[in-house]
Design a protein. Structure first.
Length: 351
């Protein structure tokens, strides 16, 4: 007799850190392909990053991009505004419309970056208190970010935290009662610097993959300091990654995040309850994302397979996790009462 498979129902996932590459990088990803990849991965809401070309740093660029996103996306998309020194005057108006502000303190892909304590302080004061200021901060920049939260009594969210000392600083800041939150990525939870060597440019991103002791520290904080898991889906083409002199940093992740976390849950490294908090409840709470009625993801938590089990929807077409044994398959995604994914097929996707 065949075992009856017991399916599990999760709320729609909210991925708060995604690069959709519109405008200027549409050969890597666009709203249609990126949102299809999101749905295939059980993600029904995503937040798009502003490090595009040109970057989304004015009300005009933000509005044009958000309108296009609404028209072309298969899931719900909320776009960040980017902080820049040149367009600081745009912040009050952007603050009325954009979901949150992203500020790059350290060098990464794209031209967006703000340095200088004075500039950081001005931005931290100009951005509305009730909305989140999200930081790309590595090392000492994390400390500076905590200081901004303390000094200006404002909400600060740390993107892709990856090092033991950083997660410990954030843990301390939370104990002091500061309004800080943080996310970690699946690649920093499941890969280390040894994998970076094997993967070459396909394992290169910012922050870089870390030591196993850093990875272990993240897992130690998975039920406490870490508020959410976000993919930092950062698609670049295989040609750009493998055939260029200076390969751009970043790896795709929309379609691997849920299978990887389901695998960790199946192995007992985190509970299914915590998985739901990290992927759905906290991301929506931190950014005030609207609820999606009649929206859910049906998974088979017992299904073992080699990732990916379908042709990837991300336009870049590759994953650093190809060949990974995983346990947990997405069977169906329902968005506002309508079935949008069934067994790896995104119904509205047009190739
Ligand atoms: C991101 C990208 O490609 O836009 N790259 C990355 O390595 N994470 C930028 C970023 O999130 O810092
Ligand atoms: Zn307005
Ligand atoms: Zn970043
Ligand atoms: Zn990113």
């Amino acid at each position: 007799m065949k075992n009856k498979t017991s399916l599990m129902v999760l709320p729609g996932i909210a991925d708060v850190h995604v690069h959709l590459r519109v405008p200027g990088g549409e050969h890597k990803e666009n709203y249609h392909t990126g949102s299809a990849a999101a749905l295939a991965g059980g993600i029904t809401t995503l937040m798009g990053m502003p490090n595009t070309a040109p970057p989304i740093i004015t009300m005009e660029t933000w509005q044009t991009a958000q309108k296009k996103a609404n028209n072309e996306s298969l899931c719900d998309v909320a776009l960040f505004a980017g902080a820049s020194i040149t367009c600081m005057g745009e912040l009050p108006e952007l603050g009325r419309h954009a979901i949150a502000l992203k500020l790059y303190m350290d060098l990464t892909y794209g031209e967006l970056r703000v340095d200088g304590l004075d500039n950081l302080a001005r931005i931290a004061q100009l951005w509305p208190r009730e909305k989140v200021l999200a930081l790309h901060a590595e090392g000492d920049s994390v400390k500076t970010g905590i200081d901004l939260a303390a000094k200006y009594h404002r909400r600060v969210h740390f993107c892709h935290i990856s090092r033991k000392e950083e997660i410990e600083w954030i843990s301390d800041a939370k104990k002091q009662g500061l309004s800080v939150t943080c996310e970690v990525t699946p690649h920093h939870l499941f890969l280390n610097e040894g994998d970076a060597k094997c993967l070459g440019s396909l394992g290169d991103m910012r922050p870089r993959l870390a030591k196993q002791s850093d990875v272990d520290a993240l897992w130690e904080h998975i039920n406490s300091t870490i508020d959410c898991v976000a993919s930092d889906h950062a698609p670049h083409t295989l040609a750009e990654k493998q055939n260029s002199e200076n390969p751009p940093p970043g790896v795709p992740g929309l379609e691997s995040t849920l299978p990887l976390l389901l695998t960790a849950a199946a192995e007992g490294r985190l509970s299914y309850e915590r998985l739901i908090i990290l992927l759905a409840v906290n991301p929506r709470r931190i950014y005030g994302l609207p609820e999606q009625p009649d929206t859910w993801v049906e998974v088979d938590p017992q299904a073992s397979y080699i990732f990916p089990d379908h042709e990837l929807y991300t336009k870049c077409g590759w994953s650093p996790f190809s060949g990974f044994p995983v346990k947990g398959r997405i069977r169906k995604v329902v968005l506002r009462g309508k079935e949008v994914v069934k067994d790896g097929i995104v119904h509205q996707y047009i190739r």
